[in-house]
Design a protein around this ligand. Structure first.
Ligand SMILES: Cc1ncc(C[n+]2csc(CCOP(=O)(O)OP(=O)(O)O)c2C)c(N)n1
Length: 319
C-alpha cells in the first residue's frame, strides 16, 4: 500500500510537470487496501489477474516489478507493452497477467475465458482468476454476460467491485436501483461479500475467504468494497462534483492512515518502521524512474512499428 501510494504520487507529479508522461494517469488513492488485499492472494505466473485502472496496489501485491510500471508510464521500448500502450493497459498475458481493457466489463469475460480455456485444456489445477471493476462498470452488458457465464460454469473467479460512490461524476443514486451492489450476487447465483474498503484488516479477511472459496470449487465470488475515490477520475479531473458531505463520511477515510493506526495500536509496527518503509519505497521508485527515463522510446519510422499486433510483436520476440 505504501509503495503504491508513493509510486502513484510520483506518477501524478510527473504528469503535472508535463513533457514525459503521454496519455492519462488514473490513480488508486483511497482504494489501496481493497486492491492490495485482493492482489495478495494471487500467485504470479499461476493465477490469472485482470486489474483495473485503480489497481496499482493490487498489481504490486501480485508481483509486478516497479520497472514495468515506470517503463510503461515513460513509454519506453523495454516496457511490457514496448511503449505502445496507454499506461494502464499493460500486462504479460503469457504469465496470466492480462492487459487492461478500457471497455468496462470486458475484462471479466477475458479472465473468465482464460479460466475456462484452462479447464478445457486440463491445466486449471488450483488456479484462480481475479478482476475488478467500479460501480459504474457493473451497469454494462459485458459485466453481466461475463459474470453470468462464470457463474453457470462455476469458474474460480473473484470479482472485486470498488464502490467508490461515483462513476466518473455520476453518483451511485443515478447508477443502480438496488440497496447495495452485493444484492446482485443473489441474482447471479454467486457468493457475495460486502466489506469496508477503508479497513485493511477487514479487506484481508474477506478476500482470504473469497479466494479460498473460489479455489475450493465454489464458483465466482463477488466482493463489494465500500469506499470513496480520494481524487479525480484521472489526474486531468479535479473531482469538483464530489460534495463536501461525501468527504466527511466513513467511506472517505484514508485506508493507509487507518492501516497505520491499526498497526500501531496492535504493536505490529512502530512509527520508525513506517518511516523506514516510506524511505525504502521512495528510494526504489526513484531508482526505477532513473533507469526507465534513460531508455529509448519507440521509433515509429522503424519497420517493426505496426498499428496491429504481428508475430514480430509477440512478447519476448522484440529485437
Ligand atoms: C463500456 C464503457 N462505457 C463507457 C466508458 C467510459 N468511461 C470510462 S471510465 C467511466 C466511469 C467508470 O466508473 P466506475 O466503474 O464507477 O469507476 P471509477 O472511475 O469511479 O473508479 C466511464 C463511463 C468505458 N470506458 N467503457
Amino acid at each position: 500500500m505504501i509503495l503504491s501510494r508513493i509510486l502513484e504520487e510520483k506518477l501524478g507529479s510527473l504528469y503535472r510537470a508535463g513533457g514525459r508522461i503521454v496519455g492519462g494517469v488514473y490513480l488508486g488513492r483511497g482504494q489501496e487496501a481493497f486492491s492490495a488485499a485482493a492482489g495478495n492472494n494471487l500467485r504470479y505466473g499461476k493465477d490469472v489477474y485482470g486489474p483495473l485502472i485503480r489497481d496499482q496496489a493490487g498489481r504490486i501485491a501480485y508481483g509486478e516489478p516497479l520497472l514495468d510500471t515506470l517503463r510503461t508510464y515513460l513509454g519506453v521500448v523495454t516496457g511490457p507493452m514496448r511503449g505502445r500502450d496507454g499506461n494502464i493497459h499493460r500486462g504479460r498475458p503469457k504469465d496470466g497477467y492480462m492487459a487492461m481493457i478500457s471497455h468496462l466489463g470486458s475484462l471479466l469475460s477475458v479472465v473468465a475465458g482464460a479460466l475456462f480455456a484452462r479447464r478445457l485444456r486440463g491445466t486449471l489445477e488450483d488456479s484462480v482468476g481475479a478482476t475488478s471493476i467500479g460501480d459504474g462498470g457493473t451497469s454494462t452488458g459485458a459485466f453481466h454476460e461475463g459474470l453470468n457465464m462464470a457463474a453457470v460454469e462455476k469458474l474460480p473467479l473473484v470479482v472485486s467491485i470498488a464502490n467508490n460512490q461515483f462513476a466518473y461524476s455520476t453518483p451511485t443514486t443515478r447508477q443502480y436501483a438496488c440497496e447495495d451492489l452485493v444484492d446482485r450476487a443473489i441474482g447471479y447465483g454467486v457468493e457475495g461479500y460486502s466489506v469496508d474498503g477503508t479497513d485493511l484488516l477487514a479487506c484481508v479477511a474477506t478476500f482470504r475467504t473469497a479466494f479460498a472459496r473460489a479455489r475450493a470449487g465454489h464458483g465466482p465470488q463477488l466482493v463489494v468494497g465500500r469506499l470513496l475515490r480520494l481524487g479525480g477520475h484521472g489526474e486531468h479531473d479535479d473531482a469538483s462534483y464530489i460534495p463536501d458531505s461525501a468527504k466527511h463520511k466513513h467511506e472517505a477515510r484514508d485506508c493507509i492512515e487507518v492501516a497505520k493506526k491499526q498497526a500501531l495500536e496492535f504493536n505490529w509496527a512502530t512509527e520508525a518502521d513506517f518511516r523506514t518503509w516510506e524511505e525504502e519505497a521512495r528510494r526504489d521508485v526513484d531508482a526505477a524512474q532513473a533507469i526507465a527515463s534513460k531508455e529509448p522510446t519507440p521509433d515509429p519510422y522503424r519497420e517493426t512499428w505496426h498499428a496491429l499486433s504481428t508475430s514480430e510483436l509477440v512478447e519476448g520476440q522484440h529485437g
